[in-house]
Design a protein around this ligand. Structure first.
Ligand code: AVI
Length: 288
């Protein structure tokens, strides 16, 4: 775990004044919980990129194979990590010199932050299966925000991880190289850096398991001993040995569950170009 000792880094994420309040509420809950958006500082984004290349992590590879390539006039990549976003934008401008790339920094759980004027019709894309990282009410709010930004001719392309063999799903979140474990623990470094907390990431173990009732992976950080963590402005946060923080859910869908989400957000499924044997799918949505 070469990077776990690093505790100081330049501030890279969108400044988030509500972070302390959100962290305080999450750590006061009976099941301690932190939002997965706190994975994604520069290092967390790099670790996620590494995850997408792991042999066990099928979603990105499958999604890429499903996508037909086509160039648009204007690409607006949206990300919560400013440094990572600007690097991605520079790389895209180099690779596609004719494409206008206008990055938008945003916490999509709160806003989309789109440019005021965009060429239409536009294709809104939410790839990677990230919708699965939102609890249903938040997923519906996010999709409704996309729907509100769409014109009648616009379309919405979403990647969804599908329900399948549990062992295959669990392997994707427990990779043999330990990259996902480092990604998970990186959240504690983000809290140390941004809130001045004194988490010792080595005192927390990565755990990821599939819940068959909710159809989702849950990622946790499990305290390996009794300990107290100090978070300035919040005070001491006690952990019992074996007590966990839930850091992420990753829900797996089928057509009916996507349809229910879309319906609640004012969207309809226009195309479901998914081979039943594919472990990961793409869905095309249109305004209802
Ligand atoms: C970003 N998101 C779709 C990933 C997922 O699979 O839920 C995040 C991730 N967590 C662990 N591995 C990948």
């Amino acid at each position: 775990m070469p990077n776990l000792a690093r505790t100081t880094r330049p501030l890279e994420r969108v400044p988030n004044p509500g972070m302390l309040a959100e962290v305080a509420a999450g750590l006061a809950a009976p099941q301690k919980e932190l939002s997965p958006k706190y994975f994604y500082d520069q290092r967390g984004s790099e670790l996620f990129e590494a995850i997408t290349r792991l042999p066990e992590y099928y979603p990105t590879r499958t999604e890429r194979a499903l996508l037909a390539t086509g160039l648009a006039e204007l690409y607006v990549p949206i990300d919560v990590s400013a440094t990572f976003l600007s690097q991605t934008a520079s790389q895209l401008r180099r690779e596609y010199p004719g494409l206008a790339v206008e990055p938008a920094i945003a916490d999509i759980s709160v806003e989309l932050n789109l440019p005021r004027r965009m060429p239409r019709p536009a294709l809104f894309a939410f790839l990677g299966g990230t919708i699965g990282n939102f609890y249903p009410p938040a997923a519906i709010r996010l999709l409704a925000r996309v729907r509100a930004a769409m014109g009648p001719g616009d379309r919405f392309l979403m990647g969804v991880d599908l329900r399948k063999d549990i062992a295959r799903i669990e392997a994707a979140y427990n990779d043999s190289q330990g990259v996902t474990a480092e990604f998970n623990r990186n959240m504690l470094l983000v809290l140390n850096h941004e809130l001045g907390a004194d988490f010792d990431p080595r005192a927390f173990e990565h755990r990821a398991f599939y819940d068959t009732v909710t159809h989702r992976i849950e990622m946790h950080l499990v305290s390996s001993r009794t300990q107290v963590v100090e978070i300035p402005g919040l005070g001491p946060v006690p952990f019992a040995a074996g007590e966990s923080i839930r850091t992420e859910i990753s829900t797996k869908y089928d057509r009916a569950s996507v349809s229910a989400l879309f319906d609640a957000a004012g969207l309809r499924i226009e195309a479901w170009p998914i081979d039943p044997a594919t472990p990961f799918g793409l869905v095309v949505g249109a305004p209802e």
